[in-house]
Ligand binder design. Structure first.
Ligand SMILES: CCCCCCCCCC/C=C\CCCC(=O)SCCNC(=O)CCNC(=O)[C@H](O)C(C)(C)COP(=O)(O)OP(=O)(O)OC[C@H]1O[C@@H](n2cnc3c(N)ncnc32)[C@H](O)[C@@H]1OP(=O)(O)O
Ligand SMILES: Cc1cc2nc3c(=O)[nH]c(=O)nc-3n(C[C@H](O)[C@H](O)[C@H](O)COP(=O)(O)OP(=O)(O)OC[C@H]3O[C@@H](n4cnc5c(N)ncnc54)[C@H](O)[C@@H]3O)c2cc1C
Length: 560
């Protein structure tokens, strides 16, 4: 994040100076924004950067305990520099949060520089999964940096101390977070596909119950309940892959537009990266835990690879923006878009469907049979109607409040659900568009079509309350969707293992005895057990010191 921050907020001259040093590992940088007292609320950060015209320097200072930088990855022990986000103060006025390049450690002996206190913030969730990352704490005691270490693409401070705002939107200050959020969506697909690969392969070799006449037991992958829990996660892994590819295109397109000072799609990029990051990471964190449960007791072993995957993955719901905070950002943009509908301003991009407000507010879903749900047009319209009606309902309720802000906070739980509905529409839309493309490989398109329908109908089934409450569907149509879902599971079943093999993960990368490509699980589980340090001795340590005296004492007592 150190590099994207300098690329996005540094001048050409600053990029020329600092990026080669970072690329060559002559310096190691981190992104020091979050503080002990503030993370979500960037404008609430307390670290100060006060300009001193006498020396043409900024004085970086941590005025309170809560202003201590806290969490930045790589800060605790590795980094020599940081992009520090601080309140810029010049001529006695506070101009809010800006980025500054600050050296933290000596390039001679790595010791902290004068006025810099830093260290690691301690152990984190899980058995040490994320403890390979030195998330750090950092405090400044009036540390001086040259004025030219303020990142000056978005705004500048002159030699005399005058603050000058460039003609670029101030939101570009948040650009690094947008970049990482879009990469996190692709990362969600990778993490989810790893968990699903393990759970599908294991479910194919695991047999429990089923036979009454002494014949072979049943593969658990054949149980309808296992399929109804597992196949939507398999479909989600593909869905997040395709929407992540599209989001990367959107991000690249926005970045190219910024180069020519076209800021027209900045809001779309913010809404899509924030919303897709929130929805895909929440779903993936829940799915990894579900995959553990789908593997029964063996899923709880570290050798299954699932506990570690879960412990490393779950902070994704928090870092780069708490998911609720990000979804509320999407909700704000939805409300703004709804309010502009009456002005005749046509929504664009992923909000374009809201321009069909007249139709979507009164449309009746035409589905009459379960098979009708295989028609992408019916799915698309149902998801559009649900999302739009939820947004309009929120806007109407907010409109009844004494003021917009009050109304927004009062209705924020409903707004959250409206934002999720909007983002799920984007995911479904991009999956439908993907399977409409030419897709090479015999039968591949049909399999992806099945997964697209599984993702859409499972999501519809899970959020059926939204569809019924908004009148987007009738209960009968909801039941037909569930009926079709069951038929789709049967079609996915013969190809389930092939669909996870298609992720092409090596056994090493998967790190799971349950997800081995060869399916030879039981010998691998048994062999792995003996690597447990507890098995280095046959009689456990502590027997003579604790167990033996206890057993002897109980034996004596029993003979009295
Ligand atoms: C490097 C590649 C890696 C790839 C691999 C993936 C794996 C990654 C592993 C990474 C591991 C750890 C890294 C984690 C790093 C971090 O966590 S860094 C810190 C992250 N912190 C946050 O995300 C903070 C979240 N908070 C905010 O972003 C802002 O405080 C918030 C947007 C919530 C509020 O902003 P404010 O300015 O206070 O107020 P608003 O009124 O809401 O916004 C003002 C207007 O600005 C618009 N806006 C906001 N954000 C953006 C944006 N990002 N882009 C564009 N526009 C934005 C907003 O819509 C308002 O617009 P309006 O005035 O209404 O038109
Ligand atoms: C593993 C990890 C790595 C990290 N790496 C970095 C890094 O490299 N650099 C960096 O700068 N930071 C980093 N962070 C910090 C991270 O970005 C913040 O923790 C994150 O942005 C959440 O902010 P917070 O901790 O202030 O949460 P809070 O906002 O305090 O969240 C607490 C609760 O308050 C709720 N909440 C907050 N505001 C609102 C609101 N307006 N409306 C409704 N509910 C609200 C949230 O939804 C949540 O439920 C990292 C964090 C982790 C866990």
């Amino acid at each position: 994040m150190f590099v994207p921050a300098i690329k996005g907020q540094g001048t050409e001259e600053q990029q020329k100076k600092w990026l080669p040093l970072a690329y060559k590992f002559q310096i190691i940088g981190c992104y020091a924004q979050t503080e002990l007292g503030h993370g979500s609320n960037v404008q609430g950060l307390e670290t100060t950067a006060t300009f001193d015209p006498m020396t043409d320097e900024f004085v970086i200072h941590s005025p309170t305990l809560t202003s201590s930088k806290w969490w930045p990855g790589g800060l605790g022990k590795a980094s020599t520099h940081a992009v520090v986000y601080a309140r810029l103060i010049t001529e006695g006025k506070d101009y809010g949060i800006h980025g500054f390049i600050v050296q933290l450690r000596s390039l001679e002996d790595h010791s902290p520089l004068p006025g810099v206190t830093l260290g690691d913030i301690g152990g984190k969730f899980g058995s040490g999964a994320y403890n390979s990352m030195d998330n750090g704490v950092l405090r400044f005691d009036h540390v001086r940096i040259p004025r030219d270490q303020m990142l000056m693409r978005l705004s500048q401070v002159t030699r005399e101390g005058k603050y000058v705002q460039s003609d670029v939107p101030k939101q570009l200050l948040y650009g690094t977070m947008v970049y990482v959020r879009q990469s996190i969506v692709a990362d969600a697909s990778k993490a989810l596909s790893r968990a699903v690969c393990i759970a599908v392969r294991y479910s194919a070799i695991r047999k429990q119950f089923g036979s009454q006449d002494g014949g072979p037991e049943t593969q658990v992958l054949n149980y309808r309940t296992q399929q109804s829990r597992l196949f939507p996660l398999l479909a989600s892994a593909y869905a997040f892959r395709f929407v992540g590819d599209w989001l990367n295109w959107l991000y690249t397109d926005v970045t190219q537009k910024l180069e020519v000072k076209d800021y027209s799609t900045l809001q779309e990029a913010h809404a899509c990266t924030a919303g897709l990051k929130a929805v895909t990471t929440s779903a993936t964190a829940d799915a990894i835990e579900e995959c553990r449960k789908l593997c029964g007791g063996h899923g709880y072993l570290n050798s299954s690879g699932l506990p570690e995957l879960f412990a490393v993955y779950v902070p994704a719901c928090t870092y780069e923006g708490d998911n609720v905070v990000l979804l509320l950002q999407v909700a704000r943009i939805l409300m703004k878009t709804v309010s502009q509908l009456t002005s005749g301003k046509q929504p664009v991009g992923t909000m374009a469907y809201m321009g069909k407000v007249q139709h979507l507010m009164q449309s009746k879903c035409a589905v009459k049979t379960a098979e009708d749900w295989l028609n992408p047009a019916f799915i698309q319209e149902a998801f559009e109607a649900r999302a739009l009606r939820m947004a309009v309902n929120c806007a109407q309720n907010i409109g009844q409040a004494s003021n917009q802000e009050e109304g927004f906070y009062e209705r924020s739980p409903d707004l959250l659900e409206a934002a999720v509905a909007h983002i799920q529409l984007i995911i479904v839309t991009k999956f439908i568009e993907k399977v409409h493309q030419d897709i090479p490989g015999h039968g591949v398109k049909e399999q992806l079509q099945n997964l697209c329908n599984v993702y859409a109908l499972y999501t519809l089934h899970k959020h059926l309350g939204d569809f019924l409450a908004t009148g987007s569907l009738t209960p009968k149509q909801g039941a037909l969707a569930n009926e079709q879902l069951g038929k789709l599971y049967a079609q996915v079943r013969p190809n389930a293992v092939a669909l996870v093999d298609a992720f092409n993960y090596t056994d090493h990368y998967l790190g799971s005895v349950l997800g081995r490509y060869d399916g030879n699980v039981y010998p691998a589980l048994y062999e792995e057990a003996w690597k447990d340090p507890l098995n280095e001795t046959v009689v456990p340590e502590g027997y003579h010191e604790y167990l033996r005296p206890l057993l002897k004492q109980q034996l004596k007592l029993s003979r009295l």
